[in-house]
Every structure is written in structure tokens, then in C-alpha cells.
Design a protein around this ligand. Structure first.
Ligand SMILES: *Cc1c(COP(=O)(O)O)cnc(C)c1O
Length: 369
């Protein structure tokens, strides 16, 4: 079985698992407890993971908040910022191709009286900077956009978006879940909040990060927590920390930093190999939905096979290849992302996403496809 659905989730690397197991067995102390070594060992492990996250994103350790995943981070950040706004700041800007955990949070806020602008995207699946600038009003307080799109692999120009937001004194939240391990994710000046998830980068499910930058625009940046209670996570996220998961996330981030160049090379080579096979076997019947090389991350290919329903194709190959038609979160609806880049319902029904891994051997695809 060849797994080509790495944008849905990834396997846990053995190195990550080995690190985690210690905290599921002998090292079971509560990191918030005091006086004895079992507790301080857990606390040290959590703080070590926090350092690795801060190294990866180029932020301070006290700006790193551990959560249950990117969905929680997106909810916490967007609702948390909305909650501290003055009465005259009611407008948020996002895009039509954000993850469900952003779009549904926006819908919730609309019911609460906020106005949301959903920006169109270009056929490349990226935000148009002029459209963004034009959408900003006196009422705008937040821009929330993804760094890399989960279905297309398209990359938003976060540095330029951050420049625009900084000049207008707007908070910028970036969902970086699909960017980690694929591009440099050092936070550009002007990014105030960031979300990510461990299970998309060969770490465990159920753990992620929300980065909350201190002192944006010279103001203390104290947003409202989603989970109230104990003082864990800088008073932002109550509850006993999930030590083994946090340790796994930290290890996964450490590996992203350590193996970045090597994995980039492998991903690029894998993609070239796969595209070669597809072009040879499908000839004129293949159409690529993903943008060209430099506008997308390596290893994500979204394409159509003309005249073939994706469901039929995916079921046919399913005993040998695990792949999907797009987002795992919206399986019951045609992809809103592909609609937003201008595809018809018929074209969407022919679309398939292959998302590769540097840790998966794909040589046998030559025979399978
Ligand atoms: C997977 C994903 C999420 C959700 O992450 P979870 O940890 O599963 O909640 C959010 N945003 C993007 C872009 C994703 O790909």
C-alpha cells in the first residue's frame, strides 16, 4: 500500500514515537506539580518542546501555546481576538479557501454581529494583494489567511500580506498547518498569530500550537482563552498538558528543522517522478489544478483525469494507493476550494489529490498507475 494522502494526516515517525513512549510509561508526572523529580521531568520535557517550536517559527517560547490541534488553535485565536475588540471594530477579512475550522468560526462570528469578507482567490489558489488592500475598512481588525492551501499546495505571499497588515495596524492570523516542513516558516514581522498541527508533520494526532505574539502595535496582546481554568499555557489554555503529545510535537518540529533541505530534495524528486508517470500514462487526459512549481509547495499535486469520476478511480486503486479527492473535512460537499479557483462541478468530480511524503517509497507507482 502506497500512502499518498499526507495532507490529510501523516504517520508518526519512529523517532517521535520512541520519545513519546517515555511519557506514557515511567515519566507520568504532572508538569504543573511541584517538589519532586517526576513532575519536573515532565515540565522540562514540555518546555524543551516549546523551545523547538519557537526555533521553528522564530518566536519567543512564551508565545507558544499548546492546544489540541490546528482546529482548536484557529477557533481560539479568531474568537479570542474578536472578543477583545471595541464596538466599532466589527470587520474581519479571510479567504474563500480557508480550512473548515476557520470558515465555520467566521460563520459563528457573523451570527454574533461581525462582518466577514471572504476574498476570492486567483486561479493559482492565492490571495490577490490588491483585493486584500481594497477590502480593508475603518472597522477591520483582523485578517486570517492560510500560508499553504491543503488541497492545492498553493502558497500565499505571507510576507507581503504581513506588510499590508502592519501598515494598517491590523492583526494577522496565519494558518501554517500545511506550510511546516515544506517551506521556511519563520514568522514575518507583522504576523500576530499562527496555527499549526503535529499530525500533518509526522507527529501525533490531537496536539497543535497557537502562537500569540506579545506586544503587537505596542499594545499588550491579551486575547480571551477558549478553555478557562488552571494557569497552564501562560493562562491561555487550561487543563493538564498532554505531555506525551507535546513531546511528540516537539520532536516532529526538531526533525523538520534538522532534515529540511534533505526532505525538500526528496519531495521534489518524488513529485517529478510521479508527474512523469502521470504524463506518460494519461497523456492528453490529465489537467493539473495545482499551480506551477514556484507557486506551490513540493509534493502536493491536484489534477483531473478527463472523463473519469474521481470516486471511481480512487476506489479502483484503493487496494494499492491511499489518496483522496481533496479535503478530508468536507467529504460530503464538492470542494469549495476547487470551485473558488474556477472549476466546474464536472471538473471537480474528476479531481484527485496526491500528497507525498519524503518517508514513503513510491517506486512501485510505475506499475500500479
Ligand atoms: C489539517 C488542517 C487543519 C486542522 O488540523 P487538526 O489538527 O486536524 O485540527 C487546519 N488547517 C489546515 C490548513 C489543515 O490542513
Amino acid at each position: 500500500m502506497i500512502y499518498l494522502d499526507n495532507n490529510a494526516t501523516t504517520k508518526v515517525l519512529p523517532e517521535v514515537r520512541d520519545e513519546m513512549i517515555k511519557y506514557l510509561t515511567e515519566n507520568y508526572g504532572n508538569p504543573s506539580s511541584k517538589y519532586y523529580k517526576l513532575a519536573s521531568d515532565s515540565k522540562n520535557a514540555v518546555e524543551y518542546a516549546r523551545e523547538k517550536v519557537s526555533e521553528l517559527f522564530g518566536c519567543d517560547t512564551d508565545e507558544v501555546i499548546f492546544t489540541s490541534g490546528a482546529s482548536e488553535s484557529n477557533n481560539f485565536i479568531i474568537k479570542g481576538i474578536a472578543d477583545i475588540q471595541e464596538k466599532n471594530k466589527r470587520h474581519i477579512i479571510t479567504s474563500k479557501i480557508e480550512h473548515a475550522s476557520v470558515l465555520e468560526t467566521m460563520k459563528y462570528l457573523e451570527k454574533k454581529g461581525f462582518h466577514v469578507t471572504y476574498l476570492d482567490v486567483t486561479k493559482d489558489g492565492t490571495i490577490d494583494l490588491k483585493q486584500l488592500t481594497d477590502a480593508i475598512t475603518q472597522e477591520t481588525f483582523l485578517v486570517s489567511v492560510m500560508w499553504v492551501n491543503n488541497e492545492l499546495g498553493s502558497i500565499n505571499d505571507i510576507k507581503s500580506i504581513a506588510d499590508i497588515c502592519r501598515k494598517k495596524n491590523l492583526f494577522l492570523h496565519v494558518d501554517a498547518t500545511q506550510a511546516v516542513g515544506k517551506i521556511d516558516v519563520t514568522m514575518p514581522n507583522g504576523v500576530s498569530f499562527l496555527s499549526m498541527s503535529a499530525h500533518k508533520i509526522y507527529g501525533p494526532k490531537g496536539v497543535g500550537v497557537a502562537i500569540v505574539k506579545k506586544d503587537q502595535f505596542g499594545l499588550p496582546n491579551r486575547i480571551t482563552p477558549l478553555i478557562h481554568g488552571g494557569e497552564q499555557e501562560n493562562n491561555y489554555r487550561a487543563g493538564t498538558q498532554c505531555v506525551h503529545n507535546i513531546v511528540g510535537l516537539g520532536k516532529a518540529c526538531e526533525i523538520v528543522l534538522r532534515d529540511f533541505e534533505k526532505n525538500q530534495e526528496i519531495l521534489k524528486n518524488h513529485e517529478k517522478f510521479l508527474v512523469g508517470i502521470l504524463n506518460r500514462k494519461l497523456k492528453d487526459n490529465i489537467v493539473y489544478n495545482s499551480p506551477c512549481q514556484d507557486l506551490k509547495v513540493p509534493g502536493v499535486i491536484n489534477f483531473q483525469i478527463k472523463g473519469v469520476k474521481n470516486v471511481i478511480f480512487l476506489k479502483k486503486i484503493s487496494s494499492q494507493i491511499a489518496a483522496s479527492s481533496g479535503s478530508a473535512c468536507s467529504i460530503t460537499h464538492p470542494s469549495y476550494t476547487l470551485k473558488a479557483i474556477g472549476l466546474s462541478d464536472e471538473e471537480i468530480a474528476q479531481s484527485i489529490r496526491f500528497s507525498l511524503s519524503p518517508y514513503e517509497d513510491i517506486k512501485e507507482l510505475e506499475e500500479i498507475l
